[in-house]
Design a binder for this molecule. Sequence first.
Ligand code: SF4
Ligand code: SF4
Length: 413
Amino acid sequence: MMNLLSQDRCKNKSIQNDVIHDFYFITIDSDLHVSVGDIVSEGQVLTSNSQKHLLTHSPVAGIIKEIQHHQQKSYLVLETDKTILPQKYELSTPVGFPTSVLIKKIYNAGVNGLEEHDDEYTVHEKLTKAYTQGNIDTVVINAVDGEPFVVGDYVLLLEKTREIIQVAHQLRLMLGAKNIIFAISKNKQLKETIEQFIFDDTKIVVELNSCYPLNSDKLLINKLIKKELSKSKLCSDAGVVVFTPTVFYAMYEALFYNKPVTDRVITVDGAYSVAHGVFRVKLGTPIAKFMRPFSVENSYVMFSGGPLQGQILEKEKGITKNMNAIMIFEGTNTSPEKQLCTYCSSCVEACPIRLEPVKLVDFIECGEYDRAFVNHLQECINCNLCSYVCPSFIPLGKIIKEGQMIKKDPFNA
Ligand code: SF4
Ligand code: SF4
């Protein structure tokens, strides 16, 4: 793991609500629940993907104006009806409901898809498995610093501590767990804020040194309870459920207010950006309009996500559920030219999973997926540290991720 230069000026910012826009661009999943011309209410399901267990709800009341296609994606264009006031969600207690009903409620609220972490399981799958296994000992709030600049989870936990503790406590009851751990990077203000709300010994705050990618759930579990989990295992196999503050807060709104996910918290920042901040934005918010106040010039390039794992932002028209940050960097959107490997082994030294990225890439590029698999291709957590340290600018992390998608498991194929 690696201590990366961390710019955390946004940690001192409060979450600002974005303005209401005239139009929203909702990425269409496989199933469409509305048609052009339909009048929709805020919170209504617009699109879903049953295979990926995704549901996307309308961020505002309005009318479906058209379906647009852009760079192999399709979007619902939703025109806001500004005469209709934002939906008010009434408090409703989850106490007394069976766990299976509450897990379904979380699913129906569209919490799946907010996850940014390394495993492939949805919130719903993790909760269902944890409940049916009946072995959960600890509920973990994973607020450890991740990529540099990306601080939305930190700010959300600082501002919504009471709510996140409340839903963590509810989850502990639902799953029959004993303890709740707040895993945070060393930070006096956050630790003291959380401890103000802790009144019994079932909850503790564990402070850790910031070391990317310690925020990966499985590395974190290894650090907290000394259990090593392979990629194919769920955290619940170690008796733990782990979610980020973003997911906990969405579960809070689902369980205590019947509110579906219609917005999310994102960080705007970057090495050369003049503007920065943490914002609550509605899903489908037009990115061009949202970024306009920051006067992003043509010489800047925008990333969706952090500087290590992020993707150049050119495909999406609207904010999506898994978009935790927009980073602005100086430069063009072309990567430095890839050079020949010098066998310096920097990528091997950097890998937190003790893989040999250079070897995996050789196998993938030769189409030898079985050999890549034997060398633990599937254990890669896609942290991208190997690419970050490579002096030859070889996009190791990207090639490995693509290799993982091409060949899941040659022995079960
Ligand atoms: S191979 Fe690269 S991307 Fe995968 S875990 Fe190792 S350093 Fe991270
Ligand atoms: S860091 Fe780059 S140059 Fe060095 S061994 Fe790995 S792939 Fe080769």
